[in-house]
Write a protein that binds this ligand. Structure first.
Ligand code: ARG
Ligand code: ZN
Length: 863
């Protein structure tokens, strides 16, 4: 059963400016669950207290619910009506009442994975943003905070473990083989942080002693057989708890902290108070099944959800327009944590790569929105790279402008002042202003204006003195035709390339104007400019530099991020030239890659990042009209040329033995990463022995990082080894869903020309299913990111993705809607592709009963 048909035919747009405080508060809630996979009976007792001065009915949101009975203060109550799917209870002129509602819900048929649903025989919940209303009638808005008391009862054999938020205060036996548990969460929380889990689970238990000496019991709950794969997550949790105490002074506030891993989950994980629920993908890891990147993903997401306990739970959001208040800040916190656990430079490179791959295109397309949106139809569509990743960049800029000590004063003030409250982005900015002693009036535009700012740079010289002229523009975005200049921190330095003469050391400039001049000092010749060091502002820098200057910076800049950027820019200039049939400067690129490789022994992780060619999508972003086929051939040609020219170096890297897969030190991870890059460069040469070499690595690998890298390399080609390796991998891991996802993924990523047909065939594979979001993403998400395949000229790729959206939408609208943005990038392509892409968006929109999620994304994508 799905509720897609209950979505309104004409989508309702919610506006930020329409916010009104709640008319009723619910200080206490008692929930009683009689749990069953097919049918669960819910009794909710809401202690309602009127907040409005005048009488007002109590509006309780519902989604797909029918009230079996309504009681007020213990007596059956008939003064209620349904308004669409919501329940409106008329309480006359009462100022307080206990309102009880009984409902019956059906977890097994809840394919949306919002509310209470069944996954792998267990029951779990996902309530953010508006899933609680699928469990029981409730105001279901984040500015209504309650203390929860939750009684769970169910069959002991089926649900031996019963978990909810907070502490278990009582438990016992019931009749007919049932048992029950009573949970109480002492901290008032919004309904989106409610959670329950019931199932047959095993636990990895540990403990953490907080800075004030309290012992916290930690538990990571998984399916039988997965316990050995929880140790990395547990270590990450303990490191996160310590780090938040040391860096932000934030201590955990309950006696226990539980994490449950479930295999069917729409997103990465969820920060429910004291009971985080995770996609298994971000908990389970061991060297045989998880790559180094998977390990980093586990560490980062465990930290992210833990950090939400303060940035999200203790201080929550007043309304969903403020989502970036908790998400942007928490992403910034998890990025800083991961940087501290590993290499800050490499982490920064990875984060900027994600920003450029996911957020810049969003900001440049029809779905562009400010980090604090002004309106939405379906809030699930706003869990975006803009709200999360650009939101994190905005927090980072404030941290940069203030410096560590004043930023800490600002966050202390924010947490102290708003503890227990539902706050706004404006509250955060004000705490930064007061705690940090800074005027952020102009900076607030980052919350208001969408679009990636562009900085146009030119150097000027006046009698030996050099100046940098900066012109800032912010492009128009939907609904925002004209923009004002943004305030931002720009870190820069200037070097004399001949070694002699002056240099401008690392300098922080605060940009405010549309045009601004920065003095660089005296240089005998044009200095090499190192600009936006550390990516201090999330902008596009437009500055023409000669290959020699870029190569010099790639070798000598003292900021590692800037060295990376210089080499990337050198590659990008050459690739863009090649796409339009010009020569570019291959030799400069090869020389710079060779020099960078010379440092591989000291910092293999950095070198591996630095020598990677820019992605096809990022090359496309530099062009007026994206030409996917020309981009692919230019990139493959350059990769082949670098592979040929430096063949000895690549072979030497692979000739050294691989570090043991159990060695997860940054150095070992870096060496494995570099080996993967070396193998890809060698494969691009087309040399005959490479398939055998890759197959050898694949067969002898003692861990997933090397195994997957070799498999991915083979998957691009046409060798016998390719088919053989894919078969071995499938047979070995067919019963391990997370690893089987990789098998789908490497085939969808393939650079082969028959990838569209291969993906269509894989969609019919017995192991493919629309019921599992990870599986859908591993095939179609990877495919949509495969630029030349997805944009195949005949439109077959577009059709395939639209077919998926149409098939998935009735089951899981949230995950279906997330597949639409690649089709919405049509303006960036030639007219033939534009027409084909729009045809598919229109075909999606013509489906009867389309969800609100997909309707919003597809209709906005056509504008
Ligand atoms: N708050 C979660 C996180 O970022 C994301 C949950 C969003 N879920 C959803 N169904 N929209 O950690
Ligand atoms: Zn989050």
């Amino acid at each position: 059963m799905t509720d897609a048909s209950s979505a309104p035919a004409v989508p309702v747009t919610i506006h930020r400016g329409d916010y009104r405080p709640p008319e009723w508060q619910i200080p206490d809630i008692a929930l009683d669950f009689a749990l069953g996979i097919k049918e669960t009976r819910v009794t909710a007792a809401l202690s309602a207290v009127r907040a409005a001065d005048a009488p007002a009915p109590l509006l309780l949101r519902g989604d797909g619910l029918t009230p079996a009975e309504v009681r007020v203060d213990g007596a059956v109550w008939n003064d209620w009506r349904m308004d669409g799917s919501d329940l409106v209870v008329d309480l006359g002129d009462r100022t307080a009442a206990t309102v009880e509602v009984d409902t019956l819900i059906h977890p097994a048929t809840n394919t949306q994975l919002m509310g209470l649903y069944a996954s792998n025989g267990m029951l779990c919940t996902q309530c953010e943003a508006e899933g609680f209303r699928r469990i029981t009638f409730h105001p279901d808005r984040p500015d209504v905070l309650s203390r929860y008391r939750v009684r769970l009862a169910g069959d002991r054999a089926r649900f031996p473990i019963l978990l909810s938020n907070g502490n278990c205060i009582a438990s016992g036996e019931g009749e007919d083989g049932t048992h029950w548990a009573l949970w109480e969460d002492p901290w008032p929380k919004p309904s989106y942080l409610f959670a329950l889990v019931a199932g047959d689970l095993v636990v990895n238990r540990d403990s953490f002693t907080t800075m004030s000496g309290r012992k916290v019991d930690l538990g990571i709950w998984v399916r039988d057989g997965d316990l050995d794969r929880t140790h990395h997550a547990m270590a990450a949790l303990k490191h996160s708890m310590k780090w938040d105490e040391e860096v932000y002074g934030r201590e955990y506030d309950l006696d226990r902290f539980n994490i449950v891993a479930v295999s069917d989950f729409n997103m990465g994980a969820m920060e429910n108070k004291g009971l985080n629920i995770f996609n298994t993908r971000y908990i389970l890891a061991d060297p045989d099944t998880a790559t180094d990147m998977d390990y980093d993903g586990v560490e980062g997401v465990v930290a992210h959800e833990y950090f939400h306990n303060w940035s999200g739970n203790r201080v929550t959001c007043r309304d969903w327009f403020q989502l970036s208040l908790k998400e942007g800040f928490t992403v910034y916190r998890d990025q800083s944590f991961s940087a501290a656990m590993g290499s800050p430079a490499v982490k920064r490179i990875e984060d900027v790569r994600v920003l450029r791959a996911a957020q810049f295109p969003e900001d440049a397309g029809p779905l562009a929105h400010p980090i604090r949106p002004d309106s939405y139809q379906e809030i699930s569509n706003f869990y975006t790279a803009t709200v999360y990743n650009k939101g994190a960049e905005v927090i980072r800029m404030m941290a940069t402008l203030l410096g560590p000590e004043r930023f800490r004063r600002g966050t202390d003030l924010y947490f102290d002042r708003h503890d227990g409250e539902a706050a706004t982005c404006e509250d955060f900015i004000r705490a930064m202003e007061e705690g940090g002693g800074i005027d952020l009036t102009q900076f607030r535009r980052w919350y208001e204006q969408a679009g990636t700012p562009k900085l146009h740079l030119t150097l000027a010289q006046e009698g030996g003195e050099w100046f940098l002229d900066i012109v800032q523009t912010v492009p128009p975005t939907p609904g925002q035709p004209a923009k004002a200049p943004m305030m931002m921190p720009l870190r820069l330095a200037a070097f004399a390339m001949d070694g002699g003469g002056a240099a401008l050391p690392d300098t922080l400039v605060t940009l405010t104007g549309a045009a601004q001049r920065v003095p660089l000092g005296a240089f005998a010749a044009r200095p090499a400019l190192s600009v936006n060091r550390g990516f201090s502002a999330p902008v596009i820098v437009d500055y023409e530099r000669a290959p020699g200057e870029l190569a010099w910076l790639a070798a000598h800049d003292d900021d590692p991020f800037a060295r990376y950027e210089a080499l990337q820019q050198l590659m990008l200039d050459t690739l863009v030239a090649a796409v339009s049939g010009e020569a570019g400067n291959r030799d400069a690129v090869i020389g710079a890659v060779a020099r960078t490789l010379a440092g591989a022994a000291d910092d293999p992780a950095f070198v591996a990042e630095a020598v990677l060619l820019p992605s096809e999508a990022f090359i496309g972003d530099q062009m007026v009209t994206v030409d996917p086929d020309a981009i692919r051939s230019a990139r493959m040609a350059l990769q082949g040329a670098i592979g040929d020219a430096l063949e000895g170096q690549w072979r030497a890297i692979l000739g050294n033995p691989a570090p043991a897969a159990t060695d997860l030190s940054p150095a070992a991870k870096g060496r494995r990463r570099l080996r993967g890059v070396a193998l890809a460069y060698l494969a691009a040469t087309g040399k005959e022995d490479v398939a055998a070499l890759a197959f050898g690595i694949f067969s002898s690998a003692d861990g997933m990082t090397e195994r997957q890298a070799a498999l991915a390399t083979l998957a691009h080609g046409d060798s016998d080894e390719r088919a053989h390796a894919l078969d071995i991998f499938y047979q070995r891991y067919r019963d391990d869903p997370l690893v089987l996802d990789k098998w789908f993924q490497v085939q969808a990523w393939s650079l082969r020309s028959d990838t569209v047909a291969a993906v269509a065939a894989l969609a019919q594979h017995p192991d493919f299913t629309l019921a599992n979001p990870n599986r859908v993403r591993s095939l179609y998400g990877a495919f949509a990111a495969n630029q030349a395949a997805f944009h195949q000229a005949d439109g077959a790729g577009y059709r395939l993705l639209a077919d998926l959206v149409i098939a998935l939408d009735p089951k899981n609208p949230q995950t279906a809607a997330r597949m639409i943005p690649p089709l919405g990038r049509w303006k960036r392509f030639d007219v033939a592709r534009q027409a084909l892409m729009k045809t598919e968006l229109e075909r999606i929109l013509a489906q009867p009963g389309l969800s609100r999620d997909t309707t919003e994304q597809a209709s906005k994508s056509l504008m």
